[in-house]
Design a protein around this ligand. Structure first.
Ligand SMILES: Nc1nc2c(ncn2[C@@H]2O[C@H](COP(=O)(O)OP(=O)(O)O)[C@@H](O)[C@H]2O)c(=O)[nH]1
Ligand SMILES: [Mg+2]
Length: 133
């Protein structure tokens, strides 16, 4: 069964959206096989977002997550990587369709509630990074 890495970002936790998001994942029929509240180090967040290291928003992105409370999850199901990306919605709040998590709750580019792995390679890498440290 396919697995993906999902993280409820600090603004999702602060806005008390954890239950709403977990509810959507469960109602879709996916199984949450690991879930842990964590306060990731800067090193872990930099590694997680290594693909964006050269982007102008990298520092803001790392600062927003490092040392804050997030919920790290392993979620399992058929085509879960692609389906969770649809359920999460576009990173740009102008393009995030209502009915998606970002479409319903996010209105900023950096603070956008939730992360989900974008491919099988990313899912494997991110699950290792967050759960086998
Ligand atoms: N400030 C700012 N943040 C961004 C921008 N693009 C992406 N981000 C942040 O960086 C994260 C990772 O970007 P990306 O991998 O492109 O999007 P995702 O896979 O949909 O989360 C996003 O979820 C946002 O939190 C941008 O242009 N400006
Ligand atoms: Mg991404």
């Amino acid at each position: 069964m396919e697995k993906t890495f999902i993280m409820i970002k600090p603004d999702g936790i602060e806005r008390r959206l954890m239950g709403e998001i977990i509810g959507r994942i469960e109602k879709k029929g996916f199984r949450i096989t690991k879930a842990e509240l964590k306060n990731p180090t800067r090193e872990l967040v930099e590694d997680h977002y290594v693909e964006h290291k050269e982007k102008p928003f990298f520092e803001e992105l790392v600062e927003y997550i490092s040392g804050k409370t997030v919920m790290a999850m392993e979620v399992e199901g058929d085509n879960v990587i692609e389906v969770m990306r649809f359920m999460i919605g576009h990173r740009d709040p102008k393009l995030a369709i209502p009915g998606t998590i970002r479409g319903d709750f996010a209105n900023k580019l950096t603070e956008n509630i939730i992360h989900g792995s974008d491919s099988p390679t990313s899912a494997e890498r991110e699950l290792k990074l967050w759960f086998n440290h």
